[in-house]
Design a protein around this ligand. Structure first.
Ligand code: G4P
Length: 528
């Protein structure tokens, strides 16, 4: 078997989706601990703090206690290579979050056992569902009193219209937590609170009838477990791999990230069940990961944390082939060839020079702005990967320049930031100043702070009278001309010259659609 096929079978590229406070950070730390990538709990947070102090705009993250920028963490466990892509969990997240989810093959959905599905969980789940991304569920915080597990399963099933197949089942909860039962392998994993924050799992090879189960957890808990399991086995489907891979069924694990309990089972579950890198659709064909030639796409751009250095890192997901450092790749959008000499891997503690990489791996490619979100690179073939969308912004503001002498620099700043995917810039066709659009209002604070810190320009954002934007298309150019003539003060262009209709309210948008039935309005624009 070729190295490529062997290596790609070992890759698991996933993200954690959750509502703030469900325990994503804690779980990430514990996963990295299992991967040997960090030595102690608290390191992810500590690393975050250290990073945040490095640049002014990061102060926003610190102030609000949220992580605005996402990152990638790679680690190994039991012979598998995991790439964990972090998605910011705050409600006011940016498009980064959505696009990060386009680069994964599976996701772990973390729920708080006391809260179940929350708003952000639902939003992120819906993004995953667009591509039928397989979801593994982790019900966290069972070391505290939570809701009845059966109740939680029903909620997942109903709210997400997803079949649920419990893989582990809690034995007790909160103060009475005794362990979990592995339904697939018929064994008990005991919770050992005495071991505190460390790996606290002991497995007992006891099935449900085994009297050793009563010894291990007590008769009452054992009997309750027997009843529960009967209900679960009778009421829920068995785990079915095909259905999971198609995004129709989620295996459910119970545990406590804080107490490192049930986490090893979860990680093993991801390793065993979640898919290796999958085939990806491009405009002219589907690209298989085992193809010899390297291909991939950029799903995120991050500016250098140091404002004195203007270089950026493009996060590049490899979709096929074996990448070797120094390789020349064709940047399909510009047609130019780029030698990738200094790619980086995002190991949990440091950036390391990547000598080689395989499908599923994420590589950071430093560049000076040539690479944009959605760009494809190949060994020569002209293809473009699909499905990395730009979303119509949900909030629009007009930019206000406090120092008119700096209009040019401001334009540059807005373009740079738009290239990073922080925001979108629209130029109204009536010649008025730029309209900037973002997915969440928090992004305006980020923009103002970064424009001041990195470009030394004082600018602000004010109400421009528009509430929403849609890209517009028409098959007949004459129809588009008629539409534009009728809506002069609503028309703008995006950075690529794409035509955009800016609406003052939803009624106006509806009306424009009725008046011009041959014009198509879209809320997303694919990069290609
Ligand atoms: P997030 O990234 O999803 O926002 O959640 P995070 O891991 O920061 O966890 C949110 C809070 O929940 C933290 O408490 C954390 O310690 C707690 N937590 C996470 N997992 C578990 C668990 O399995 N059991 C219990 N009981 N608590 C858990 P905090 O008080 O807000 O923060 P901290 O002061 O502990 O850092």
């Amino acid at each position: 078997m070729s190295t490529l096929i062997q290596e790609l079978a070992l890759r698991r590229t996933f993200a954690i989706i959750s509502h703030p406070d469900a325990g994503k950070t804690t779980l990430t730390e514990k996963l990295l601990m299992f991967g040997g990538a960090i030595q102690m709990a608290g390191a992810v947070r500590a690393r975050g703090e250290q990073r945040r102090t490095r640049s002014d705009w990061m102060a926003i993250e610190k102030e609000r206690g949220i992580s605005v920028s996402a990152s990638v963490m790679s680690f190994e466990h039991e012979g598998l290579s995991y790439n964990l892509l972090d998605t910011p969990g705050h409600e006011d997240f940016s498009e980064d979050t959505y696009r990060t989810l386009t680069a994964v093959d599976s996701a772990v959905m973390v729920l708080d056992a006391a809260k179940g599905i929350e708003t952000q969980t639902l939003k992120l789940f819906e993004v995953c569902r667009l591509r039928d991304v397989p979801i593994v569920t982790f019900v966290n915080k069972v070391d505290r009193e939570g809701r009845d597990p059966l109740d939680l399963l029903d909620e997942i099933e109903k709210t997400l219209a997803l079949d649920v197949a419990p893989v582990t089942w809690p034995i007790g909860m909160g103060r009475d937590l005794k362990g979990v039962y592995d339904l697939l392998r018929d064994r008990v994993i005991l919770f050992d609170p005495g071991r505190g924050d460390h790996i606290a799992e002991i497995a007992v090879d006891a099935n449900l009838d085994d009297p050793r189960l009563d010894e291990a957890v007590g008769k009452a808990a054992a009997d309750k477990l027997r009843d529960d399991v009967e209900l679960v086995r009778g009421g829920y489907p068995e785990f079915d791999l095909e259905s999971f891979l198609a995004g129709h069924l989620t295996p459910v694990f119970f545990g406590s990230a804080l107490k490192t309990f049930g986490v090893a089972e979860l990680l093993k579950g991801v390793g065993r069940l979640a898919p290796a890198p999958l085939a990806r659709k491009a405009d002219s064909r589907t690209v298989e990961p085992a193809e010899d030639k390297v291909s991939g796409f950029v799903f995120k751009i991050q500016a250098n944390m140091d404002p004195n250095h203007r270089d950026r890192i493009a996060f590049f997901r490899i979709c096929s082939g074996q990448f070797k450092r120094g390789m020349k790749l064709k940047h399909v959008r510009s047609g130019k060839v780029m030698a990738v000499y200094n790619p980086v891997f995002f190991l949990a503690q440091s950036r390391e020079l990547a000598e080689e990489a395989f499908p599923g791996d994420i590589m950071g490619i430093p560049n000076h702005g040539q690479l944009r979100i959605g760009d494809t690179m190949t060994e020569g073939e002209d293809i473009n990967f699909l499905g990395i969308p730009t979303f119509a912004p949900e909030v629009l503001r007009r930019v206000r320049l406090d120092d008119p002498m700096k209009a040019k620099q401001l334009k540059k700043a807005l373009d740079d930031l738009a290239e990073e995917g922080v925001s979108q810039v629209f130029k109204p066709l009536d010649g008025s100043t730029w309209i900037v659009g973002v997915v969440g209002t928090l992004q305006f604070d980020v923009l103002t702070t970064r424009i001041a810190a990195e470009y030394n320009i004082k600018a602000g954002f004010e109400d421009g009278g528009f509430v929403t934007a849609r890209w517009v298309f028409a098959d007949e150019p004459a129809e588009m001309e008629r539409f534009m003539a009728a809506n002069k003060s609503n028309m703008a262009q995006d950075r690529d010259g794409g035509l955009v209709y800016l609406a003052r309210n939803s009624w106006q948008l509806g009306r424009a659609g009725q008046d011009f039935p041959k014009v198509r309005f879209t809320a997303t624009r694919e990069q290609h």
